[in-house]
Design a protein around this ligand. Structure first.
Ligand code: 6PG
Length: 230
């Protein structure tokens, strides 16, 4: 399926509205919504906007996962979980047990195996081989990385595991990341890109440059949307 390219004038507001509408529509038909959060800084202001409009969403029905995490504790300045907690998760009516954090404070492989076990257990409860996100948010690095899947990394060749430990070129290097099989199992994947300096790498990805990790984000049967600041 061809990706949808959506250019937004007011990026944070537009992206928050896009995500909120997708969640509301799905929650009107289903009792739960599985939302995967992106790390880095691009999503921060979007998460804040989502929190401002929190009453529109039945957050108690939402399950939260993370596309990747740096191997730091939950209160560390580099923690993707901490960013999401401060901007969104602590501000909405989310039961604590619905937030599935990658425990970056553990040894990387231990954290990866633990997270994969949690996701596979939740998937099995629904008869799924691997966890199916209703919406998985992803960022994009200037080198074409996404989550913690970096150019040239052996992590890109993973076909069995859902979550692995890896080394990235963006500090901090030690990370835990969802793999392409898990990412591509999502019903809907949405990239968030608000930096014009990323347009050249985005153009390369849309041309199918296989050297770039984000090119390999191709949902098996789901939708792919690029939300891009105009
Ligand atoms: C991370 C992210 C990473 C991020 C991109 C974009 O842990 O850093 O998962 O993939 O989304 O590097 O980062 P910015 O949004 O800060 O540009």
């Amino acid at each position: 399926m061809k990706p949808a390219i959506v250019r937004l004038d007011r990026f944070e507001t537009g992206a928050a509205e896009f995500i909120s509408e997708a969640m509301r529509n799905a929650l009107s038909r289903s009792g739960t919504y599985r939302l995967g959060l992106a790390g880095g800084m691009t999503p921060a202001a979007i998460y804040e906007k989502l929190a401002l409009g929190a009453e529109a969403i039945s957050w108690e029905q939402v399950q939260i996962t993370f596309g990747d995490e740096r191997c730091v504790g939950p209160d560390h300045a580099d923690s993707n979980y901490r960013m999401a907690r401060e901007r969104l998760l602590a501000k909405v009516n989310l039961p604590a047990e619905n937030v599935h954090r990658i425990r970056g404070e553990l040894a990387p492989e231990v954290a990866a195996h633990e997270y994969e076990t949690i996701l596979r257990s939740m998937a099995a409860q629904r008869g799924e081989e691997r966890y199916v996100h209703d919406l998985l948010l992803l960022g994009l690095g200037p080198d074409g990385h996404t989550a913690s899947l970096f150019p040239g990394s052996p992590a890109l060749q993973e076909t069995e595991r859902d979550v692995i430990a890896t080394i990235g070129t963006k500090p901090p290097p030690q990370r835990v990341t969802m793999t392409l099989p898990l990412i591509n199992a999502a019903r809907h994947i949405c990239f968030l890109v608000n930096d014009p300096a990323k347009q050249p790498v985005l153009d390369e990805i849309l041309r199918g440059n296989a050297a770039l990790p984000a090119t390999h984000v191709q949902p098996v049967s789901g939708a792919l949307t690029w939300l891009i600041a105009r």
